[in-house]
Design a protein around this ligand. Structure first.
Ligand code: IPE
Ligand code: IPE
Ligand code: MG
Length: 244
């Protein structure tokens, strides 16, 4: 079956999982899996751009991932810095705008610098926006958002009765970015792991058995094909949705 180019999700979010198991299966260290995951990021980004996806959010490091062994955390952080620096020209060549969400101040200074540079140097690109979720968790984001709203109320700028879903959306790190229509998780795990809880309220969920370092264009297209088969009812009944 062919993809319908008139029904491509605007925003796809991906929980890139399975790097460690992929490496272990080959008798390698976990970081070997993370390093090989970079090629999967390249392929996914390229495929998403070609198909007309406008936002691609990748869960690269969660708040909870800080609890991993120190060696792995350090290796992940330096992989992040090296990758951003290495890929910058490629991002610009393909008109990719880079953004990051999460508790960025908790990242090492070298990561913050690489990110700032990457974001600044790609800010005028408009083919696709690549959003890296780093030191991100949905509960961290929601707590921060609630604090911002409470501060507005405390300052007398907002009435409690006026707080709306839009206020909450715009208090989050994804303010201004449309909600993902499709969430992909690789490696066979079927959980959300504290990712974009508010934003995925009506996302279609797709679980791929493939470990992230093996994830290629055909797997991404497979996810989109499956998305196109779903009937998104948003609470209505099927007859109200079908237009033909
Ligand atoms: C995903 O792969 C990458 C990160 C969470 C940083 P994992 O490292 O979680 O790999 P598994 O799940 O242990 O195989
Ligand atoms: C989720 O993967 C976080 C990222 C992909 C960055 P994990 O591998 O950390 O998730 P859990 O702990 O298995 O749920
Ligand atoms: Mg994992």
């Amino acid at each position: 079956m062919e993809l319908d180019l008139n029904n491509i999700p605007q925003h796809v979010a991906v929980i890139m999982d399975g790097n460690g198991r992929w490496a272990k299966d080959q008798g390698q260290m976990r970081i070997y899996g993370h390093m090989n995951g970079v090629e999967s990021v390249r392929e996914t980004l390229k495929c998403a751009t070609e198909l007309g996806v406008k936002y691609l959010t990748l869960y690269a490091f969660s708040t909870e991932n800080w609890n991993r062994p120190k060696d792995e955390v350090e290796a992940l952080m330096s992989l992040l810095v090296d990758t951003i620096i290495q890929e910058l020209d490629e991002l610009n060549d393909n008109s990719v705008r880079l953004l990051a969400i999460g508790d960025l101040e908790s990242l090492p200074a070298s990561c913050q610098d690489a990110l700032k540079q990457g974001i600044e140097k790609t800010k005028n690109n408009d083919s696709i926006t690549l959003i890296l979720a780093l030191s991100y968790s949905a509960r961290w984001e929601l707590v921060n958002g609630m604090k911002k709203i409470a501060a507005e109320v405390e300052a007398g700028n907002l009435k409690v009765a006026d707080i709306s879903a839009e206020h909450i959306s715009s208090s989050l790190t994804t303010a201004g970015i449309p909600d993902p229509e499709l969430l992909i998780r690789t490696s066979g795990e079927q959980r959300i792991s504290n990712f974009l809880l508010w934003q995925i309220a009506y996302a279609e969920l797709y679980f791929s058995p493939v470990h992230w370092p093996d994830f290629r264009k055909e797997h991404f297209k497979e996810a989109l094909l499956e998305y196109q088969k779903r009937e998104r009812r948003f609470g209505k009944v099927s007859e109200q949705i079908r237009t033909h």
